[in-house]
Design a protein around this ligand. Sequence first.
Ligand code: NDP
Ligand SMILES: O=C(O)C1=N[C@H](C(=O)O)C[C@H](O)C1
Length: 247
Amino acid sequence: MDGLPRIGVAGLSGRVGRLLREEIETAALPFAGGVGRDGDLAELASRSDVVIDFTHADTATRHAAILAEADVNWVLGTTGLSTEAQQAVEHAAVRISIVQASNFSPGVVLMTALARRMAAALPADAYDAEILETHHRQKVDAPSGTALSLGRAVAEARGQRFDAVRDSGRDGHAGGRRPGAIGFAALRGGQIVGEHTLSFTSDAEQLSIEHRAFDRRVFATGALRAALWSHGRQPGLFGMEHVLGLA
Ligand SMILES: NC(=O)C1=CN([C@@H]2O[C@H](COP(=O)(O)OP(=O)(O)OC[C@H]3O[C@@H](n4cnc5c(N)ncnc54)[C@H](OP(=O)(O)O)[C@@H]3O)[C@@H](O)[C@H]2O)C=CC1
Ligand SMILES: O=C(O)C1=N[C@H](C(=O)O)C[C@H](O)C1
């Protein structure tokens, strides 16, 4: 447990996974190797202290079971998890330390904190909360994990149950805006790394905050920081706000 953790990467052949490998090697950290779709995570876990995971939502339940069984920490960046998969993550956190974040960039951690403050100050019956996210054409989940996390933060700050106010399906005769709803819209195109805008709009004014990632490397460096932070931690489910000391 002493010294630097041996770091494995699930999703090594992916857009983020390739950058993770570069960052680990540039920092001369112990690299345990990685797996793609056909790899053996249990075998990778047997020679890792922490696995950084940027794969696909379908993997999460299986990865939770494997890493908990192997007693290996988990940095989880995959988005679009089902309720059942999220429960499996929470179950695994009883045995291992997990840092889960829908967005590992420091700017989004701050944006989420700001979202809470804005939502608490701007009442839901007067200020309509809407979230717009834009990503590259390959992205498979919508709304993005970051957009959903921002929405959850707004709902929590307003004392709302997120599932009751989430509105991400406007199409056709969708009717007028439901009071207190949190609306989502997703755009896809080209190679846009990731953009998020949260707006609060009343009859008289609009306040918006926006984050733009220009370089996917910001997610890789954040996840690597989380992996180092998790080494030697007690079991539990943590977020990037813990890693940055902002929790
Ligand atoms: N939290 C954050 O900060 C960020 C999160 N993400 C999320 O990370 C995930 C990966 O993103 P990205 O790197 O762009 O995706 P890519 O599609 O580029 O890479 C996905 C990786 O996962 C592997 N993979 C795909 N499906 C499976 C499967 N069913 N079982 C095992 N492995 C699989 C692929 O392997 P193979 O090549 O063999 O198919 C590949 O290595 C997404 O959920 C994305 O939303 C992305 C950026 C930032
Ligand atoms: O798939 C991506 O690319 C990204 N996914 C994350 C999300 O769903 O929020 C984070 C970032 O926006 C890039």
